[in-house]
Design a protein around this ligand. Structure first.
Ligand code: FES
Length: 123
């Protein structure tokens, strides 16, 4: 049912944890299932230099969160904002149709973390 890449990121998730002095944090929840994701980023010169996540959710949510951290690190904020839900799912060689919605947490969490950072910068 799941691709090898999904199983790999689910059983061995990358960049798990929390960044205490994060420059931006995004917290999102899926109202249907109750699963949640927190994404933390460090930003230097407009580039995401560190990223961590904590996901309380299903295997697909954990795998997509893990994958999105690998996709976003080293990218500019503009590039990272272009990472879509479908983009993460494709990078994992697809998700079962019923689990596609689970990739929303990762993509929305990353976007929320970037928006949090940009909002703070304006203050
Ligand atoms: Fe909730 Fe997958 S079932 S995010």
């Amino acid at each position: 049912m799941y691709s090898d890449k999904v199983m790999d990121h689910f059983t061995n998730p990358r960049n798990v944890g929390e960044i205490r002095d994060a420059d931006g944090k995004g917290s999102v929840g899926n109202p249907v299932c109750g699963d949640t994701t927190d994404i933390y980023i460090k930003v230097k010169d407009g580039i995401i230099t560190d990223i961590k996540f904590k996901t309380f959710g299903c295997g697909a949510a954990i795998a997509t969160s893990s994958m999105i951290t690998e996709m976003a690190i080293g990218k500019t904020l503009e590039e990272a904002l272009e990472i879509t839900r479908d983009g993460v799912a494709n990078e994992l060689d697809g998700l079962p149709p019923k689990k596609l919605h689970c990739s929303n947490l990762a993509a929305d969490g990353l976007r929320a973390a970037i928006e949090d950072y940009l909002g703070k910068k304006k203050e």
